[in-house]
Design a protein around this ligand. Structure first.
Ligand code: FE2
Length: 275
């Protein structure tokens, strides 16, 4: 009788476990992605229409503030080439929390300034770090640092990226138990692992792409290329190279992304300034 009762309990437990939905996130939310604000650089394109690069960044923020409450982002990710030394003079006009990562325009002492401005983010195991992760409503956001000074080819290891060991850290973060993970960085991997400027180096791309195929994060966001936003797939992972909010080659429009994360996945909407 006792054996039967134990078997019955086990059976019920299995049924209950199977019936429970996989816990992915705490609640639906929106975040924004901005790439390459280049805040200290003089504007060259459509200056009369959009003003300075700082004006353009603040224009994006105003667009976010004008959204209905349920569409407003919880925070903004900025994918490098920020020029924080200039942008920080205007951050009193930004009502959203920021999470930033360095681009190839931020190096050496500029990275130190970024770490000091966002000390809650830029740390690993309690130590200052150019790469970091944070949790938001059950989703793990992974900020990867892959840019070095004066090099448009990306690297995962460099004397300009502290501490050493980012590849092992990435393997660890992408294997964490949180079901949903979103990665952001400045320089995108080459989808085919080729040797090409404006992408991660050949061997870093191959290591990174293998890791993404194996660990299957939900999405990745990059900047750097100053081209209209493109999406491609790395296995099941959605990957976006996001247009700059300051300037793009061939005078392509400027803008940013709004991303809604929900139980069934992710909806991405592009906002183009001037539309
Ligand atoms: Fe840039």
């Amino acid at each position: 009788m006792k054996i039967l009762s134990t078997a019955k309990t086990l059976f019920l437990l299995i049924i209950l476990t199977l019936a429970m939905p996989a816990q992915s996130l705490d609640e639906s939310f929106v975040f924004a992605v901005i790439a390459d604000p280049h805040a200290s650089q003089a504007a060259k394109y459509e200056v009369e229409k959009y003003g300075s690069h700082v004006d353009r960044f603040l224009h994006c923020v105003k667009k976010m503030e004008m959204l209905d409450q349920q569409d407003r982002p919880d925070f903004i990710l900025i994918c490098g080439d920020i020029h924080l030394w200039e942008l920080e003079k205007h951050l009193d006009q930004v009502s959203f929390p920021l999470h930033v990562i360095a681009g190839n325009n931020e190096s050496g002492k500029r990275r130190k300034e970024m770490r000091e401005k966002f000390p809650q983010d830029f740390q690993v195991d309690g130590q200052p770090s150019d790469y970091y992760s944070f949790l938001h409503k059950g989703v793990l956001f992974i900020a990867m640092c892959d840019a070095s000074m004066k090099d448009h080819v990306g690297h995962l290891a460099s004397e300009d990226i502290i501490p050493s060991g980012q590849c092992e850290w990435l393997e660890r973060e992408l294997s964490r138990p949180e079901k949903e993970k979103i990665l952001f960085a400045h320089i995108p991997p080459h989808p085919n692992g080729l040797d090409s400027t404006m992408f991660l180096s050949r061997n870093d791309s191959r290591f990174f792409n293998d890791l993404i195929f194996k660990t299957q994060p939900m999405a990745m966001f990059f900047g750097h290329q100053h081209l209209p936003t493109r999406e491609c797939m790395f296995g099941v992972t959605r990957s976006f190279i996001v247009r700059s909010c300051a300037w793009n080659f061939e005078s392509a429009p400027i803008g940013f992304l709004l991303v809604r994360v929900h139980e069934k996945g992710m909806d991405v909407r592009e906002i183009i300034l001037g539309e």
